[in-house]
Each structure stands twice: as structure tokens, then as C-alpha cells.
Design a protein around this ligand. Structure first.
Ligand code: CA
Length: 176
């Protein structure tokens, strides 16, 4: 009887700890300075949600426009701590009807796009762009860290805003 109760209590304790586990840095938000980007495509924050079922990447900018902007946003993804630099790049255009995709990266250069499930949603009212990357795109991975970039070529500027900084990753985000 005592043994049974011990087992039950063990399960209760284990069960009560489950909700705490995913909070273990499976998500990270990094605020970015305003005034260092190109007009509307100035990054204000980025968020990484490293879920078991998908990797969610969100970038917020100052003023996203459906037209009159040739905006693009993207993320470098570092999935292998022992290999220098990012392994993948996810990116897309933010004006109406533009495309998006994911590519492997070597020495900071994206290669040919991979065919796998990547979704992109652009919310003009909230100045927010989100990518949803299927784990099948990334191979075996656990924690990730990212760098986001945003630019607007319609402004005539080749400048981009980077978050946290150019070639500087966020801290690692463990997989929830
Ligand atoms: Ca910024």
C-alpha cells in the first residue's frame, strides 16, 4: 500500500513538473533599437519559438506596407554549435505577392532553395512577419540561434537592419 502511494506521488510530482519543462528557454524575444534601420523596415523585435512540431520565427518592424515598399526579411539559423556560422537562411519579400523560401548556407551564403514545408505570414496591421519552418527542413537539430535582417530596396538603400547585430546571433533557444 505504501509502495503504491509512493508510486502515485512520484507520478504526481513528475506530472506537476511537466508544465515547467517547455518554459526552459524554448522561446526567446530580443528587442532591437529603433532608428538604425531603413524607414519602415527598421526591426523593433524578433522572437524565436523552438517547438517540437515547428520552428516559429517572428520579426516586427516599424511600418510594414503592402505596396510602395520592396521589403524583405530573413533569418540566418545556426543549428549546429560545432560548425561555424549559420546552416540555413529563411527569407521572403513583404510586399504583396512576393515569394519566400529556405536555403542551406555555406560561409554566410545561401545556396539553392530546399523543397520542404515553410510558411510565411505578413501582418500589415501589426507590422509583423512570421515564418513557420517544419523540422523536416532542418534535419537533426535541437537548439537554434538566429540573426534577423530586414531591408527595403525601394528606398534605394542597400542598407539592412540586423538583430541582434550583423553576424551576431541571439543566445541559444532550446527545443521545447
Ligand atoms: Ca532596429
Amino acid at each position: 500500500m505504501r509502495r503504491t502511494l509512493g508510486v502515485v506521488m512520484g507520478l504526481v510530482v513528475a506530472g506537476s513538473m511537466v508544465p515547467m519543462a517547455p518554459a526552459h528557454a524554448a522561446q526567446r524575444t530580443v528587442e532591437d533599437r529603433i532608428g538604425d534601420g531603413v524607414d519602415g523596415m527598421d526591426i523593433t523585435s524578433i522572437t524565436v519559438k523552438n517547438r517540437r512540431t515547428s520552428l516559429i520565427l517572428v520579426v516586427k518592424v516599424t511600418d510594414l506596407k503592402r505596396r510602395g515598399q520592396l521589403g524583405s526579411v530573413g533569418f540566418y539559423l545556426d543549428t549546429r554549435p560545432k560548425r561555424r556560422g549559420p546552416e540555413f537562411a529563411v527569407g521572403g519579400g513583404t510586399s504583396d505577392g512576393t515569394d519566400w523560401g529556405i536555403s542551406p548556407v555555406r560561409r554566410w551564403r545561401p545556396g539553392m532553395p530546399i523543397h520542404c514545408r515553410v510558411g510565411m505570414s505578413v501582418d500589415y496591421a501589426r507590422d509583423r512577419v512570421a515564418f513557420r519552418v517544419s523540422p523536416t527542413c532542418l534535419g537533426a537539430y535541437g537548439k537554434v540561434r538566429v540573426i534577423a535582417g530586414a531591408s527595403d530596396t525601394a528606398s534605394g538603400s542597400q542598407r539592412s537592419d540586423w538583430a541582434p547585430k550583423r553576424r551576431t546571433f541571439t543566445r541559444w533557444v532550446h527545443r521545447g
